[in-house]
Design a protein around this ligand. Sequence first.
Ligand code: ADP
Ligand code: MG
Length: 378
Amino acid sequence: MLTQAAIDAFTALTGTAPEGVWVGPGRINLIGEHTDYNDGYVLPFALPQAAYVAASARADGRWRFRSVDLDDTVELGQAELVPGSPGWHSYLAGVVWALQQAGHEVGGADLVLTSDVPLGAGLSSSAAIECATLAALVDLYGLTIDPVDRAKLARVAENAYVGAPTGLLDQAASTLCTADHALFLDCRTLETRQVPLAVTDAGLEILVIDTRTRHSHVDGEYAARRASCEKAAAILGVPALRDVTDLDAALAQLPALEARRVRHIVTEDQRVLDAMDALAADDYAELGRLMTASHASMRDDYEITERSVDLAVETALGAGALGARMTGGGFGGCVLALVHADRVEATAEAVRAAFAEAGLGEPVTFLGRPSAGARRLV
Ligand code: ADP
Ligand code: MG
């Protein structure tokens, strides 16, 4: 459906059919929260929701970007391709710029996008549009770039051109994920591994509950958590918290606040590794237990949850979920619950009822089926 919508909008804009359509998915993190900037481990998977980009090369060295969703079109020439320019189109222009900076020959293009990844919900609508754009430009200009380098280039677009200081998780997931798998990423070595996550084969589903709570103080809290981790690493004399090998000895050296933060990071890294063992053994009860333990650690030690996500987790567990946790940066956003397939509706309904009872807005729920990464569709 969105493929056709992108093609139709492209044809309406340019008067000709696009050379192709490329897609880049949103992503969600199964487990491993705030571990990325501590050189640790994460385990995201790509969502069925994705950005679709219909595109053709242009011979005149100019770029035209259109968002069907925002009903906005922006046209640029080479001289206007400068980092820091505001607006949604910077995520796309940034990809062109990042490719050029890396020495790739990318000429002009018309790119028309539409996406069903909700904006700003923590599902990485930004990486979706970057990675779809990158896949399009790579094919249109016959570039040879290996997948990890593609993810890095999309990250350069977001960091250096848009100016958002994010890690590699979003772009790696949107580029490298495969259907029915999660992606293990070691944020220090950038080693990746495909981890089978065929939950439906086990009669299960991953229910995503978007609480639709977004707090304005998230950026400040994020900076404070990072600062605590850096301070703790300095006290402990390690390059990053990933290098803490004796947790009890580390905790004994730290002030109370830093000790709680370190306990979350170190135990969360271990939970990612344990989750991979659980998945290798098809032990979904253990995966659920690890998810719930991750939530408790974020709530009690990292102190990044709040009322709506805690309520969603408690209600899902009360409705029989094998495990549940907040995912993403914190202070709202989405919750993942691992549920029996025949309990999906009842669990979603229980959460809606609990939110209504608590006077919270209605949450949005959908199935998080592990999907394929950025690729050409047409
Ligand atoms: P998230 O990645 O968590 O959704 P971000 O703030 O990183 O949130 O990225 C959201 C931004 O990405 C939007 O404000 C917009 O600039 C851009 N964006 C995402 N999807 C679209 C779209 N369909 N059309 C235009 N811009 C989009
Ligand atoms: Mg983003």
